[in-house]
Design a protein around this ligand. Structure first.
Ligand SMILES: NC(=O)c1ccc[n+]([C@@H]2O[C@H](COP(=O)([O-])OP(=O)(O)OC[C@H]3O[C@@H](n4cnc5c(N)ncnc54)[C@H](OP(=O)(O)O)[C@@H]3O)[C@@H](O)[C@H]2O)c1
Length: 417
């Protein structure tokens, strides 16, 4: 049997992780051959041996290969590279969620036109299965909700902050360990998780990829005291991305939440990712595992290469129906319970003022806690609200911010899973 010929583009964390796994790994890879690597410079962490190196990644497309593995990240150059490979009749495997989210429809249509495959298992949750299972194991199910902790770096930062570490030191550690994206701001500002939930929504609801207009918020404003107050009520702080189908359309969002410590996702620490699916046949169904890092991502890439090598001409994927454009619900109309953290001047009447601002928006309190003075003389006030429409909460927050006795304010939405 002819060997499956592979070209790798990019020579960073994930590409070197894949290479090491393939050359040092099992004899199951004996039928595969890494023909060339597109690396614009050497990587001191990995010796490619005698493998042919091409300094121009686009030259990889011209080589005699069956599969191009795109691992350069980013959007536009990656899109050009994938386009050229597909048009040249090469299969493409990628871990790049940004390019799939932004150009997936065009690229998948191009793959179909050229009778090749575009596979992207590692684009969501790295090696933890999350993509091909829609076409295989979940195929009989109607999926009504997908809720995921989809960014390994974010979960690494939050779960270490919960143990007392500082945001800055843990972000640096995540970068050193190769968990963070080439641009780590995409991890911490919620964009990376947003790309992933957009891809999962298209697969789960068999519709086109959503436009990037839905609500996205990162973890930059989460502070250690949020974990302390959450803990008092058996909650913890996580970053969650949600896609939910109902009669009016699709609810899509990516932001920090407080979750019950009893929920399955709350227990996932470090770079672990987890997804909860609500389905008609399986009921509530969970996957969890490592969502970042070179080994985990290599695992997902290899599962795609295997799927190609075993496909015998039939597609390992059931791609979404892009002609069905998703109708996204307005975030401002959604209903949440909220944790509200305020830092106020230590003056009489402040609590009455806060109560009035919330009452004006018909926001009820579930719990109100006024803590001791901080070192700066200000007083923290923590409120857990009853369920309320987002729009009304935003109006109350605006009114709070306009008042000079309210020095800072923050909300975290509370998620019932
Ligand atoms: N890291 C993870 O845990 C993880 C998990 C899942 C998915 N992914 C995805 O995997 C992909 C790669 O991530 P990574 O962590 O391996 O990133 P990385 O360590 O920054 O590696 C990126 C590689 O691509 C090269 N590159 C970038 N732009 C290029 C261009 N225009 N021309 C030629 N080479 C270019 C870089 O070269 P230079 O070194 O010269 O810049 C580097 O070798 C990304 O799409 C990422 O989203 C990563």
């Amino acid at each position: 049997m002819a060997k499956l010929k592979i070209g790798i583009c990019g020579w960073g964390n994930v590409a070197t992780g894949l290479y090491e796994q393939l050359v040092n790994g099992d004899e199951i890879y004996a039928d595969w051959e890494i023909c060339c690597i597109g690396a614009r410079r050497d990587n001191p962490k990995c010796n490619p041996g005698s493998t042919k190196i091409l300094r121009d990644i686009f030259e990889v497309v011209e080589e005699d290969i069956d599969v191009l593995v795109e691992l350069i990240g980013g959007v536009e150059t990656a899109k050009d590279l994938i386009t050229r490979a597909l048009c040249s009749g090469k299969h493409v495997v990628t871990a790049n969620k940004a390019v799939i989210f932004e150009h997936g429809e065009e690229l998948i249509n191009l793959a179909k036109k050229n009778n090749v495959e575009l596979l992207f298992e590692s684009a969501v949750c790295a090696g933890t299965p999350a993509i091909k299972m829609f076409s295989n194991d979940l195929t009989a199910n109607k999926i009504s909700k997908v809720a995921g902790m989809l960014n390994g770096t974010t979960n690494f930062i939050l779960s270490n902050m919960e143990e007392g570490a500082s945001y800055e030191s843990v972000l640096q550690e995540a970068q050193e360990k190769g968990y963070a994206e080439p641009d780590p701001s995409l991890d911490v500002n919620g964009t990376d998780a947003a790309h992933k939930i957009g891809i999962l929504a298209a697969l789960a609801f068999n519709s086109g990829l959503p436009t990037p207009s839905f609500y996205v918020e990162g973890i930059e404003d989460i502070q250690s005291q949020d974990f302390t107050y959450a803990n008092d009520f058996h909650l913890t702080v996580k970053h969650l991305a949600v896609a939910k189908l109902n009669d009016e359309g699709i609810e899509l969002r990516s932001h920090p939440v407080m979750l019950s410590k009893d929920s399955s996702l709350a227990g996932l620490k470090g770079v672990r990712n987890g997804i909860q699916f609500d389905t008609n046949l399986l009921g509530e169904f969970h996957v969890a595992g490592s969502g970042a890092g070179r080994e985990s991502t290599a695992s997902g890439l290899i599962s795609d290469i295997f799927a190609l090598s075993r496909s015998n001409g039939s597609s390992p994927m059931r791609y979404p129906d892009f002609s069905k454009k998703p109708n996204l619900l307005n975030f401002d109309d959604l209903v949440f319970k909220y944790y509200v953290y305020l830092e106020v001047k230590d003056e009489p009447g402040v609590l009455a003022l806060i109560s009035k601002i919330f009452a004006d928006q018909s926001i009820g309190f579930d719990k109100v806690i006024q803590k001791d003075q901080l070192g700066n003389g200000n007083v923290p006030v923590v409120i857990f609200t009853d369920p309320i429409v987002e729009n009304e909460m935003q109006t109350a927050l605006k009114d709070l911010k306009n008042n000079p006795v309210i020095l800072s304010s923050k909300i975290i939405r509370i998620e019932d899973l």
